[in-house]
Design a protein. Sequence first.
Length: 274
Amino acid sequence: MGKRLSRTAIEQYERDGYHFPLRVLSVEEAGQYRDRLERVEGDLGGLRGLYRIKPHLLFTWLADLVRHPSVLDAVEDVIGPDILCWNTSFFTKEARNPGYVSWHQDATYWGLSEPHVVTAWVAFTPSTRQNGNMRVIPGSHRAQARHVDTFHPDNLLSRGQEIAVAVDEDDAADILLDAGEMSLHHVLIVHGSGANESDDRRIGFAIRYIPTSVRQTEGPRDSATLVRGRDVFGHFELEPRPAADLDPEMLALHAEISDRQAKILYRGTTRTSF
Protein backbone atom coordinates (compact mmCIF):
# COMPACT_ATOMS: atom_id res chain seq x y z
CA MET A 1 0.00 0.00 0.00
CA GLY A 2 1.36 3.40 -0.98
CA LYS A 3 0.60 6.85 0.36
CA ARG A 4 -2.23 7.37 -2.13
CA LEU A 5 -2.37 4.31 -4.37
CA SER A 6 -3.41 0.82 -3.37
CA ARG A 7 -1.08 -2.08 -4.07
CA THR A 8 -3.40 -3.10 -6.91
CA ALA A 9 -3.23 0.39 -8.43
CA ILE A 10 0.57 0.44 -8.27
CA GLU A 11 0.76 -3.00 -9.89
CA GLN A 12 -1.65 -1.85 -12.60
CA TYR A 13 0.49 1.23 -13.30
CA GLU A 14 3.63 -0.89 -13.54
CA ARG A 15 1.92 -3.45 -15.80
CA ASP A 16 -0.09 -1.15 -18.08
CA GLY A 17 1.80 2.15 -17.84
CA TYR A 18 -1.08 4.27 -16.57
CA HIS A 19 -3.63 4.67 -13.80
CA PHE A 20 -6.79 6.73 -13.42
CA PRO A 21 -8.92 8.33 -12.09
CA LEU A 22 -7.55 10.01 -8.99
CA ARG A 23 -9.47 12.85 -7.37
CA VAL A 24 -7.08 15.72 -6.51
CA LEU A 25 -9.40 18.76 -6.68
CA SER A 26 -13.10 19.17 -6.11
CA VAL A 27 -15.20 20.07 -9.14
CA GLU A 28 -15.53 23.56 -7.67
CA GLU A 29 -11.76 23.93 -7.21
CA ALA A 30 -11.16 22.75 -10.78
CA GLY A 31 -13.61 25.41 -11.94
CA GLN A 32 -11.65 28.03 -10.01
CA TYR A 33 -8.43 26.94 -11.72
CA ARG A 34 -10.16 27.20 -15.07
CA ASP A 35 -11.40 30.69 -14.21
CA ARG A 36 -7.88 31.79 -13.24
CA LEU A 37 -6.44 30.39 -16.45
CA GLU A 38 -9.04 32.06 -18.62
CA ARG A 39 -8.54 35.41 -16.88
CA VAL A 40 -4.82 35.14 -17.62
CA GLU A 41 -5.54 34.19 -21.23
CA GLY A 42 -7.80 37.23 -21.55
CA ASP A 43 -5.14 39.54 -20.09
CA LEU A 44 -2.25 38.12 -22.12
CA GLY A 45 -4.06 37.21 -25.32
CA GLY A 46 -3.60 33.48 -24.74
CA LEU A 47 -0.79 31.32 -23.37
CA ARG A 48 1.35 30.98 -26.47
CA GLY A 49 5.07 31.18 -26.95
CA LEU A 50 7.07 31.26 -23.74
CA TYR A 51 3.98 30.77 -21.60
CA ARG A 52 3.49 27.25 -23.00
CA ILE A 53 6.45 25.90 -21.07
CA LYS A 54 6.74 25.72 -17.27
CA PRO A 55 3.93 28.16 -16.44
CA HIS A 56 4.26 27.02 -12.81
CA LEU A 57 7.31 29.34 -12.66
CA LEU A 58 5.14 32.32 -13.56
CA PHE A 59 1.90 31.82 -11.63
CA THR A 60 1.66 31.15 -7.90
CA TRP A 61 -1.53 29.11 -8.22
CA LEU A 62 0.20 26.68 -10.59
CA ALA A 63 3.24 26.58 -8.30
CA ASP A 64 0.80 25.46 -5.59
CA LEU A 65 -0.76 22.83 -7.84
CA VAL A 66 2.54 21.11 -8.73
CA ARG A 67 3.14 20.83 -4.95
CA HIS A 68 -0.38 19.67 -4.09
CA PRO A 69 -0.14 16.82 -1.53
CA SER A 70 -2.82 14.73 -3.25
CA VAL A 71 -0.84 14.89 -6.50
CA LEU A 72 2.55 14.26 -4.92
CA ASP A 73 1.39 11.38 -2.74
CA ALA A 74 0.31 9.47 -5.85
CA VAL A 75 3.47 10.41 -7.75
CA GLU A 76 5.64 9.29 -4.82
CA ASP A 77 4.00 5.89 -4.97
CA VAL A 78 5.40 5.31 -8.46
CA ILE A 79 8.74 7.19 -8.54
CA GLY A 80 9.80 7.54 -4.89
CA PRO A 81 10.01 10.33 -2.29
CA ASP A 82 12.59 12.69 -3.82
CA ILE A 83 10.70 14.45 -6.61
CA LEU A 84 11.49 17.12 -9.19
CA CYS A 85 8.91 18.82 -11.37
CA TRP A 86 10.75 18.88 -14.69
CA ASN A 87 8.11 20.58 -16.82
CA THR A 88 4.48 21.63 -17.04
CA SER A 89 2.25 22.55 -19.95
CA PHE A 90 -1.39 23.04 -20.83
CA PHE A 91 -3.14 20.82 -23.34
CA THR A 92 -6.17 22.87 -24.30
CA LYS A 93 -8.49 21.93 -27.14
CA GLU A 94 -10.87 24.62 -28.22
CA ALA A 95 -14.49 23.77 -28.96
CA ARG A 96 -15.13 22.44 -32.46
CA ASN A 97 -11.42 22.66 -33.26
CA PRO A 98 -9.29 20.22 -35.35
CA GLY A 99 -6.39 20.23 -32.88
CA TYR A 100 -5.22 16.71 -31.99
CA VAL A 101 -2.31 14.81 -30.45
CA SER A 102 -0.73 12.11 -32.62
CA TRP A 103 0.27 8.69 -31.27
CA HIS A 104 3.62 9.21 -29.57
CA GLN A 105 5.83 8.53 -26.55
CA ASP A 106 6.75 11.49 -24.36
CA ALA A 107 10.35 10.41 -23.77
CA THR A 108 11.38 10.66 -27.43
CA TYR A 109 12.89 14.17 -27.39
CA TRP A 110 13.22 14.93 -23.70
CA GLY A 111 16.86 13.86 -23.37
CA LEU A 112 16.43 12.36 -19.90
CA SER A 113 18.79 9.62 -18.79
CA GLU A 114 16.18 7.00 -17.96
CA PRO A 115 12.43 6.53 -18.44
CA HIS A 116 11.69 6.81 -14.72
CA VAL A 117 9.26 9.66 -15.38
CA VAL A 118 5.54 10.09 -14.74
CA THR A 119 3.05 12.63 -16.05
CA ALA A 120 0.22 13.74 -13.80
CA TRP A 121 -2.53 15.00 -16.13
CA VAL A 122 -4.95 17.18 -14.14
CA ALA A 123 -8.36 17.89 -15.69
CA PHE A 124 -9.59 21.47 -15.32
CA THR A 125 -12.65 20.41 -17.36
CA PRO A 126 -14.12 16.97 -17.98
CA SER A 127 -12.16 14.91 -20.52
CA THR A 128 -14.57 12.86 -22.60
CA ARG A 129 -14.73 10.95 -25.85
CA GLN A 130 -16.56 13.88 -27.44
CA ASN A 131 -14.00 16.51 -26.51
CA GLY A 132 -10.86 14.53 -27.35
CA ASN A 133 -9.80 12.58 -24.26
CA MET A 134 -6.36 11.00 -24.06
CA ARG A 135 -6.10 7.40 -25.25
CA VAL A 136 -3.28 4.99 -24.37
CA ILE A 137 -2.01 1.62 -25.57
CA PRO A 138 -1.76 -0.50 -22.40
CA GLY A 139 1.62 -2.10 -21.85
CA SER A 140 3.36 -0.10 -24.58
CA HIS A 141 5.74 1.57 -22.09
CA ARG A 142 8.40 -1.13 -22.15
CA ALA A 143 10.52 0.14 -25.07
CA GLN A 144 11.25 3.31 -27.02
CA ALA A 145 9.99 3.31 -30.61
CA ARG A 146 11.18 5.37 -33.57
CA HIS A 147 9.31 8.61 -34.27
CA VAL A 148 9.04 11.02 -37.19
CA ASP A 149 8.42 14.77 -37.04
CA THR A 150 5.51 16.27 -38.96
CA PHE A 151 5.15 19.80 -37.51
CA HIS A 152 1.52 19.51 -38.58
CA PRO A 153 -0.27 22.80 -37.79
CA ASP A 154 -3.16 21.03 -36.02
CA ASN A 155 -0.88 18.80 -33.92
CA LEU A 156 -0.55 20.08 -30.34
CA LEU A 157 2.89 18.50 -29.83
CA SER A 158 6.08 20.57 -30.05
CA ARG A 159 7.37 18.80 -33.19
CA GLY A 160 4.15 17.18 -34.36
CA GLN A 161 5.96 13.92 -33.61
CA GLU A 162 4.29 10.61 -34.20
CA ILE A 163 5.31 7.02 -33.71
CA ALA A 164 6.70 5.40 -36.86
CA VAL A 165 5.09 2.00 -36.32
CA ALA A 166 1.51 0.90 -36.80
CA VAL A 167 -0.78 1.43 -33.82
CA ASP A 168 -3.84 -0.80 -33.49
CA GLU A 169 -6.43 1.62 -32.13
CA ASP A 170 -8.65 -1.30 -31.14
CA ASP A 171 -6.14 -1.90 -28.33
CA ALA A 172 -6.47 1.64 -26.98
CA ALA A 173 -7.91 2.49 -23.56
CA ASP A 174 -9.80 5.74 -23.00
CA ILE A 175 -8.65 8.00 -20.15
CA LEU A 176 -11.93 9.59 -19.09
CA LEU A 177 -11.78 12.20 -16.34
CA ASP A 178 -14.16 14.48 -14.50
CA ALA A 179 -13.06 18.01 -13.64
CA GLY A 180 -10.62 17.84 -10.72
CA GLU A 181 -9.50 14.27 -11.43
CA MET A 182 -6.09 13.27 -12.73
CA SER A 183 -4.44 10.38 -14.49
CA LEU A 184 -0.87 9.13 -14.23
CA HIS A 185 0.99 7.85 -17.26
CA HIS A 186 4.49 6.53 -17.87
CA VAL A 187 6.86 8.53 -20.07
CA LEU A 188 7.09 5.69 -22.62
CA ILE A 189 3.43 4.77 -22.99
CA VAL A 190 2.09 5.26 -26.51
CA HIS A 191 -0.76 7.77 -26.31
CA GLY A 192 -2.65 10.33 -28.34
CA SER A 193 -6.02 12.06 -28.63
CA GLY A 194 -8.48 13.26 -31.23
CA ALA A 195 -10.10 16.60 -31.94
CA ASN A 196 -12.63 18.32 -29.70
CA GLU A 197 -16.06 17.91 -31.30
CA SER A 198 -17.93 19.39 -28.34
CA ASP A 199 -19.19 22.93 -27.71
CA ASP A 200 -16.84 23.60 -24.80
CA ARG A 201 -13.10 23.69 -24.26
CA ARG A 202 -11.14 20.68 -22.98
CA ILE A 203 -8.41 21.85 -20.59
CA GLY A 204 -5.76 19.61 -19.07
CA PHE A 205 -2.62 20.57 -17.14
CA ALA A 206 0.26 18.12 -17.61
CA ILE A 207 2.88 17.97 -14.85
CA ARG A 208 6.07 16.00 -15.60
CA TYR A 209 7.74 14.54 -12.52
CA ILE A 210 11.11 12.81 -12.22
CA PRO A 211 13.11 11.36 -9.30
CA THR A 212 16.17 13.41 -8.42
CA SER A 213 18.45 10.61 -9.68
CA VAL A 214 17.47 11.28 -13.32
CA ARG A 215 19.72 13.63 -15.32
CA GLN A 216 19.63 15.52 -18.61
CA THR A 217 21.85 14.04 -21.34
CA GLU A 218 21.24 16.49 -24.19
CA GLY A 219 21.83 20.20 -24.71
CA PRO A 220 22.68 22.79 -22.05
CA ARG A 221 22.37 22.37 -18.28
CA ASP A 222 18.72 21.75 -17.48
CA SER A 223 16.61 22.97 -14.56
CA ALA A 224 13.75 21.62 -12.46
CA THR A 225 11.73 22.40 -9.35
CA LEU A 226 12.27 20.40 -6.18
CA VAL A 227 8.73 19.72 -4.91
CA ARG A 228 9.29 16.96 -2.34
CA GLY A 229 12.18 15.35 -0.50
CA ARG A 230 15.89 16.08 -1.04
CA ASP A 231 18.14 16.42 -4.07
CA VAL A 232 21.49 14.84 -3.24
CA PHE A 233 22.50 14.46 -6.91
CA GLY A 234 22.51 18.05 -8.18
CA HIS A 235 21.90 17.07 -11.80
CA PHE A 236 19.52 19.99 -12.33
CA GLU A 237 19.66 23.68 -11.52
CA LEU A 238 16.91 24.11 -8.95
CA GLU A 239 14.22 26.63 -9.86
CA PRO A 240 12.79 29.11 -7.31
CA ARG A 241 9.14 29.41 -6.45
CA PRO A 242 7.42 32.54 -7.84
CA ALA A 243 6.65 35.13 -5.16
CA ALA A 244 3.92 36.72 -7.26
CA ASP A 245 2.22 36.15 -10.59
CA LEU A 246 4.36 37.33 -13.51
CA ASP A 247 7.11 38.59 -11.21
CA PRO A 248 9.67 40.47 -13.38
CA GLU A 249 12.64 38.48 -12.09
CA MET A 250 10.84 35.20 -12.75
CA LEU A 251 9.84 36.38 -16.22
CA ALA A 252 13.51 36.96 -17.06
CA LEU A 253 14.55 33.59 -15.61
CA HIS A 254 11.65 31.85 -17.35
CA ALA A 255 12.73 33.27 -20.73
CA GLU A 256 16.25 31.90 -20.18
CA ILE A 257 14.94 28.50 -19.07
CA SER A 258 12.55 28.32 -22.04
CA ASP A 259 15.40 28.99 -24.44
CA ARG A 260 17.42 26.15 -22.92
CA GLN A 261 14.43 23.82 -23.04
CA ALA A 262 13.82 24.66 -26.71
CA LYS A 263 17.41 23.69 -27.55
CA ILE A 264 16.74 20.28 -25.97
CA LEU A 265 13.29 19.65 -27.47
CA TYR A 266 14.12 20.90 -30.97
CA ARG A 267 17.62 19.47 -31.29
CA GLY A 268 18.25 18.06 -34.75
CA THR A 269 15.80 20.45 -36.45
CA THR A 270 16.10 24.00 -37.76
CA ARG A 271 13.37 25.15 -35.38
CA THR A 272 14.56 26.82 -32.15
CA SER A 273 11.49 28.19 -30.37
CA PHE A 274 7.99 27.31 -29.22
